[in-house]
Design a protein around this ligand. Sequence first.
Ligand code: GBH
Length: 477
Amino acid sequence: MPSLPKDFLWGYATAAYQVEGSTEMDGRGLSIWDTFSRQPSKTEDGKSGDVATDSYKRWEEDIALMKSYGVNAYRFSLSWSRIIPDGGRNDALNRRGIEHYRKFLLKLRENGIEPLPTLFHWDLPQTLQDRYLGFLCKDEIAADFENYARICFREFGDLVDTWLTINEPNIFALLGHAIGAHAPGRSSDRTKSPEGDSAHEPYIVGHNLLVAHAHAVKAYREDFAKEGGKIGIVINGNWAEPYDDTVESKSAAEEYYTRATLHLAEPVYSGDYPALLKKLLGNKLPEFTLEESKLLKGSSDFFGLNHYTSFFVHKRKNPIPDADFRSIFLGEDVEETFHGPDGVEIAPEAGLSWVRPVPWGFKRLLIDLWKRYGKDIWVTENGVICPGERYLQRKQGINDQFRINYFRDYVNAIVEAIEEGTVVKSYIGWSLLDNFEWQEGYTRFGVTWVDFEDGNKRYAKASAIFMKTYMQGLICS
Ligand code: GBH
């Protein structure tokens, strides 16, 4: 029974630093992820994206692979430091980087694969971090990001119909400027970073990311937009299910959801932070100027959603561990758990501690976001690692039944949400390839097994084969 619309886009996602490698090739400048992952003990086994899946060189092979998987869309990110090696508005362009992405975009189009490029997936040019602390400095970063965006619109705009500005501003703010687990690694924890203020910086960075996004969108709409052209931001959102029926649990879940999911989403649609967040944070939360608020309101043509998992949430039962900077950002009084009130877990464990398959939570999230903002939802990432997958050999590893079930159930949740009136336009799985999973080193989120020990050879996993038939069966012809 076909049940997804004819123009539904589906495929897989990656991000530049996680797959490209060739970090010194063709005039690329350094990004904060190069610098961060080269410091000792910042990533698992000291790994970096220096080689990654070697996709900067193997891009034609990647496109052929996607073609064989039957997808009609590919989400990837552009590396700012390949396009403007020093990043700033007065810095030189790098034609070789621009040429690479043009060839890449053309080839995708030739193969009937709709490109969904993201301008910024966390790999800020290092020079901008050195010059003015990157996203901590609002006016500078807004102007430099706008300039970079304009160059991309000008150079690639004829080949792109849908632009994504910034990937998961909430995660960049939290992990990069409070926990210190991601570049630029800032934190109040002095064992991690000589500088940083976890109680304040993530809110400032989150704010400035939104302002930068809004400037890029204004530039696009005024000077580059074409018939059918769209632009929007990508928000990471978890669903928070109240642990039980008590008032405490319900308000804890609301607080968690507001902080973790709505904080940097709502301003894009309403022009301001959620009222509850303002109440909870007081003057820790920066205020939008009138002009910023006007710029932001309506600055996304859709709701770009990255979603992986859901939690039960209740009022905190255990004291906050020292230096739990996650709580500073997500609520000091709330606690998330996979364990339900009756001792039953929300879902079985997967291959990483923070993700479990909860398709019903995804459905609730889709319906909630649709009701709140009434914007078409573009699912731009969703995925899982199978239990123990990281430690398997290829022969076992490619039989990723756990991922098949996850994808099938999450796609079915979309079908159900659509039946109930929600508009969902895409389903993009994370990821096309096993790749460099930031501080976790090399893991296996892909529908393609990459042999990191043997020349990065690619092998389709069972999930890639399953999805081809499953999605083609669901989409109306
Ligand atoms: C996505 O983030 C990223 O966009 C993508 O680059 C990444 O490869 C993919 O997920 C898979 O991880 O310290 O407790 O917050 C998803 C959101 C945010 C989920 C960070 C995992 C780490 C655990 N991620 N979080 S915690």
